[in-house]
Write a protein that binds this ligand. Structure first.
Ligand code: 1PX
Ligand code: ADP
Ligand code: CA
Length: 490
């Protein structure tokens, strides 16, 4: 198609909206008349397409081009041809996350784009923690919506998946409390407008933390399946996780930073430095089921974003059953035990905690950092920000797993105690009960589950392949010509 003599093409799946140009439109600044003159007398139709234009660092913006067409019927077909895009969305805004800008970001940057794309919305500004989760679990009329949007950070996203996954299981008669049940995938897609502190789920699935880019991924109707882990304690359901489950360092950073929310996103750096200096290690036993029938290892050079793993054959191979005898066990003293179900890329670590992790292959990368010197731990941490491999250190091991369990040492009698009780003991009692004077590590850390503190230390984690779907397409690889190659699908 040609615009005023220039040949332009627009990818149909990246159209935001199409509007017919009126011959005597008030917006007409003479260009439509000029186009008609150039095209000759037969030309009767023109339409303007808003589409996605790519900027630097995976950012998207909205651009416009006007097409003219001499065939009125063809033109009409174009106008009606926008592919399956969401029409009705349920939006939850956390006004309290990140720098408390969620409402402003939505109203100024996102809502106008939704209106332009003809999307209608029901907007709920949350009034308290778990408002969105509870509304989705019980009250929301989900049938009328094509998707759910959350405006906030990873904690807000977590609320949304807890509501949606729970609701989907209850509606289809699956018992979400049993760790052995195969969960029913959620049909509604979820969009994330980043307005939190880390926003790692948005960054790792879209490639940037930019509200406009996220809004455009929602409007064009992208779809990215994603794994979710269920976390149980004995037979009690605790939480779902899609990004990081971290015990030791990241657990301690989170619990410490929760008391410093007034600092905003900088609280993580403050608590990170504090916990780095504190240098606590924790004893326990990790057992895991190595993933089978999947492609790749956590040490792969090629990242998921490279598109080399976008073969859907493998996406469907997740969930292969293994016998109980294939469990492996690692016992020891750990500075950190991390399970990354996605790369966990974020501005603090653009390549992520586990750069080669896949979004939707039914596995999580289990990273064990054993007790080592502060200097060595710093080397490991710094490698998250450079090209060097953070796993290529003698005290670090990494396994791609489909299930794992953790049991802290000394846990046998305590394991049923609530963590708050542990913390009370740790704060008010001696740090180490075995050697009251030595001031060595406390016995228990807590789990950081996508940025929320878990109440139990002994956990059983199972990956559910492609349990949810996002309005995203993985991170696109740009060539030198800024053309898009394969997006990361799994
Ligand atoms: C010295 C440089 C060290 C750089 C190490 C970077 C590792 C960062 C890994 C970040 C993983 C993020 C995984 C995502 C977790 C989020 O779900 C979750 C919730 O997000 P939300 O607040 O948006 O709801 N966020 C978090 O748990 C925050 C984790 C952030 C940890 C920051 C750690 C900073 C470490 C600084 C160490 C300083 C040592 C300096 C020594 C001189
Ligand atoms: N209206 C609200 N008031 C207080 N807390 C809320 C509200 N809405 C959501 N929350 C909670 O706020 C916490 C942090 O939200 P999140 O969006 O992750 O921001 P951040 O990235 O800054 O942590 C989450 O635990 C979420 O459940
Ligand atoms: Ca995964």
């Amino acid at each position: 198609m040609c615009v005023a003599g220039l040949c332009r093409s627009v990818v149909v799946s990246e159209i935001i909206s199409v509007r017919e140009e009126e011959e005597n439109s008030s917006k007409d600044n003479g260009s439509w008349r000029k186009i008609r003159e150039m095209q000759g007398r037969d030309c009767r139709q023109a339409f303007t397409v808003s589409y996605v234009e790519r900027g630097r660092n995976h950012r998207w913006r909205c651009a416009e081009v006007t097409f003219v067409c001499s065939d009125a019927a063809l033109c009409q077909r174009w106008v009606l041809s926008i592919r399956e895009q969401p029409k009705q969305l349920l939006v939850y805004i956390n006004p309290y996350g990140g720098k408390k800008q969620g409402k402003r970001i939505y109203e100024q940057k996102v809502a106008p784009l939704f209106t332009q794309a003809g999307i209608t919305t029901q907007v709920i500004v949350t009034e308290y923690a778990n408002h969105a989760r509870d509304h989705l679990r019980a009250d929301a009329e989900l049938k009328q919506f094509d998707g759910v949007v959350c405006v906030g950070g990873d904690g807000m996203f977590s609320e949304i998946i807890h509501g949606l996954i729970w609701r989907t299981q209850v509606d289809s008669g699956v018992n979400p409390n049993s760790p052995e049940e195969a969960l029913q995938p959620c049909s509604l897609r979820i969009g994330i407008i980043p307005a939190g502190s880390t926003d790692c789920i948005c960054f790792a699935t879209v490639g940037t933390n930019d509200p406009v880019t996220s809004a455009l991924h929602i409007i064009v109707g992208d779809s990215q399946p994603m794994d979710a882990c269920s976390v149980h304690h004995n037979d009690t359901f605790l939480r779902y996780s899609v990004s990081l489950l971290g015990y030791g360092f990241f657990g301690d950073v989170l619990s410490d930073s929760e008391r410093k929310r007034w600092m905003g996103p900088a609280r993580y750096d403050f608590s990170g430095l504090k916990m780095f200096l504190t240098h606590h290690y924790y004893e326990g036993t990790v057992s895991y089921l190595p993933a089978k029938g999947i492609m790749g290892t956590p040490r792969d050079e090629a990242r998921c974003r490279s598109g080399q793993h976008s073969n859907m054959k493998y996406a469907n191979e997740c969930g292969s059953k293994l016998g109980e005898d294939e469990w492996r066990t690692v016992r020891g003293k750990f500075l950190a035990i991390n399970a990354a179900s996605m790369s966990c890329a974020c501005p603090r670590t653009p390549k992520g905690l586990s750069p080669a992790a896949h979004l939707a292959d039914g596995t999580t990368d289990l990273i064990l950092v054993r007790k080592c010197s502060r200097f060595d731990f710093l080397r490991h941490l710094i490698r998250h920000t450079s090209k060097d491999d953070q796993f290529d250190l003698a005290f670090v091991e990494v396994h791609r797993v489909s299930r794992f369990r953790f049991m802290p040492r000394h846990c046998q009698s305590d394991s049923d105690l609530n963590l708050q009780e542990f913390h009370k003991r740790q704060i008010f009692g001696p740090l180490c009960r075995d050697h009251p004077a030595c001031g060595c590590s406390p016995h228990y850390s807590s789990w950081n589950c996508d940025g929320e503190v878990l109440n139990h230390t002994a956990i059983d984690v199972r990956v559910h392949c492609q349990l949810i779907k996002l309005f995203a397409r993985g991170i696109e690889e740009m060539t030198v010509f800024e053309e898009v190659t394969n997006p990361c699908a799994i």
